[in-house]
Ligand binder design. Sequence first.
Ligand SMILES: NC(=O)c1ccc[n+]([C@@H]2O[C@H](COP(=O)([O-])OP(=O)(O)OC[C@H]3O[C@@H](n4cnc5c(N)ncnc54)[C@H](OP(=O)(O)O)[C@@H]3O)[C@@H](O)[C@H]2O)c1
Length: 282
Amino acid sequence: MSSLSLQDIVCCMGQPLGRNPTQYMMEKAFSAAGLDWRFLTLEVSPEHLVAAVEGMKAMGFRGGIFALPHQLTVLPHLDALTETAKVVGAVNLVYVSQDKYVGDNTDGKGFVEALQKLMDPKGKNIVVLGAGGTARAISVELALAGVESITIVNRTVGRGQELVTLLNQTFDGRARLVQWDGDYAVDPETDLLVNATSIGLRDESAHVPVDFEVFTEQMVVADVIHNPPKTNLLKAAGQRGCKTLDGLEMLVGHAAIDFTTWTGISPDTTIMREALEEYFEL
Ligand SMILES: NC(=O)c1ccc[n+]([C@@H]2O[C@H](COP(=O)([O-])OP(=O)(O)OC[C@H]3O[C@@H](n4cnc5c(N)ncnc54)[C@H](OP(=O)(O)O)[C@@H]3O)[C@@H](O)[C@H]2O)c1
């Protein structure tokens, strides 16, 4: 029960958002931090995005998380963008600074923070599957973390090449593109394989076209898909002795940054992870 009639409000906007666990996790974290904040899950269609963002501003929301399909289209409707959001070209976090609604991208930082618990990416050989907004955010952040090489594997060459060109602008030619055609055979020298595609989202039976037979125990395999958390890719990697990083850890990683940006307080990430496991009945 709130002690005040006015609470601070943040939200998640996307479509579809059914079974999205962010509200459940954030409300537990607000409560644990003693904050009287509210988190709303708002299913917003692309044609209503502009009105919804204006409404968010008009009602004084403290910020929001933007999910598919709004992560690119929301950019022109914000008052300012951080350097990261400009480089990545996509926004997942909106916060208020000096009365301006600022777009940022914390997906990559959240991923790297989660990854640091398993491995330091510095000096490592990385394969990223996908070249969409999430792959861009993760690859840029991995490049900044000092990896040795990044191979982008993408179905659509143009999109993949765009990302490789972006990475090589600051990455000294150590990024390369492989067109994804059939089961991709990961180079045995690979230290980290990341599925940053949308393959598997809300689809337990989905198969990421990768040759599992070449996985080695030295590899870390990560999947950005958080629903379902135990994807077929991670199951196959686990069976072959790889360390795995699931989409829930990435979610906790960026949600913790989002929480701190909005409130100025660091959340309890153990409570956040536990909330997600409770939500998905793991
Ligand atoms: N766990 C987390 O915290 C977290 C955070 C952010 C996002 N995500 C998840 O990340 C996923 C990707 O999001 P996004 O914003 O990057 O999406 P996006 O911009 O639409 O990009 C999707 C990527 O997946 C590839 N792809 C989709 N279907 C494919 C298929 N059947 N075969 C091969 N490639 C395929 C696309 O390849 P083409 O270029 O060839 O189309 C593209 O590279 C979403 O599922 C989202 O839920 C998770």
